[in-house]
Design a protein around this ligand. Sequence first.
Ligand SMILES: [Mg+2]
Length: 394
Amino acid sequence: MKIRDVKVMLLTAKVPPERQYASDFGRVTSRSAAIVRIDTDEGITGYGEAKGTPLVMKSIIEHELKPQVIGEDPTKVTYLWEKMYNGSRLGLSLYYGRSQPTSTAPGELMCAISGVDVALWDILGKSLNVPIYKLIGGAVRDRIKAYASAGHGKVGRIGQEFAGYVAKGYKACKMRVGGMDHPHMVAGSRARVKEARETVGPDIDIMLDAHGSTGITDAIKLAKAVEEFNITWYEEPAIYHNIKGLAEVRQSINIPVATGENLYTRFGFRDLADARAADIWQPDTAMAGGITEMLRIAAMASANEAQLAPHVWGTAILWAASLQLAAALPNYYYFEFSQTYSPLLTELISVPVQVDKDGNVPVPDGPGLGVEVDPEAEKHFPFEESASEYAPAT
Ligand SMILES: [Mg+2]
């Protein structure tokens, strides 16, 4: 089998005013995505999501990565990963057994490689008529416990918001804290956490996510202020590149620290491990290096006794790829399930995107990613170049 074509579909879904929400990032008015489509000479097509800036993804993938993989056997997934990552030094890298990555902007390049890698795994699974999880060791579970990820409600709303997720079956909910409660990061967030806990009672897990907005001092103050509410994890209490700061927070508080949605490759997570900066690692399959690199990161996490709660904030393609990993990885701890309005998550694939009555997500059993992608996606979600995800918070 040979790779015949590599294309990127650019998609946009507008968020209607009544479904918009705000966090410290601003108000979300639209969502755009870059979906990789790889066609083969045997009629098998694979899909992957590349999480970087959509137009940049199209440029990197169609102009830099496509020439490297066109005509190649798509089932040589690791080889093609190394080829994209090491570029012209692939030969040196394989000879010496040491990575020699190309110097192209590493973050966006890793997002682009991630999208191609997942599409290659999809093709490999489809060519053998098995789901990807069977190719990476087989299932350790057939469903994964999920947490409802949103929690943008203000005081007086957050309890009701969480009660809605619990009514759907979720046993865990994550809320945004810190920057979105500016100028009362600590007291404002504490009031919302208190309302959430008092509404859902003691048996629901509650996670907090500060998006790195708080800084070290406020992060520690906030953690101490909410400790009594039994918090499952505190995510990005410091900005992602401040790994020493995260370690400082972790040593100072009694809530597990989570981070990783802005880290790339096993090398980024090696630094996190060296600093003993997090209890829970959150690599994003559409950013950190695809399924190939997620397997390496997952092994490192296990060796460092870190649980995996990967970042799953994107389209249904990332959702499906993450579920394949959740099926096969013993240390996959919790599955992120966005509750915000997102047709690119809920209307792009053939299987229902939902939890069961116990708050678990079943793993699709079809070949490859286990799902079929809407062949008319570009027609249903026409890309808008000018669409900006965030408007300033009000
Ligand atoms: Mg997060």
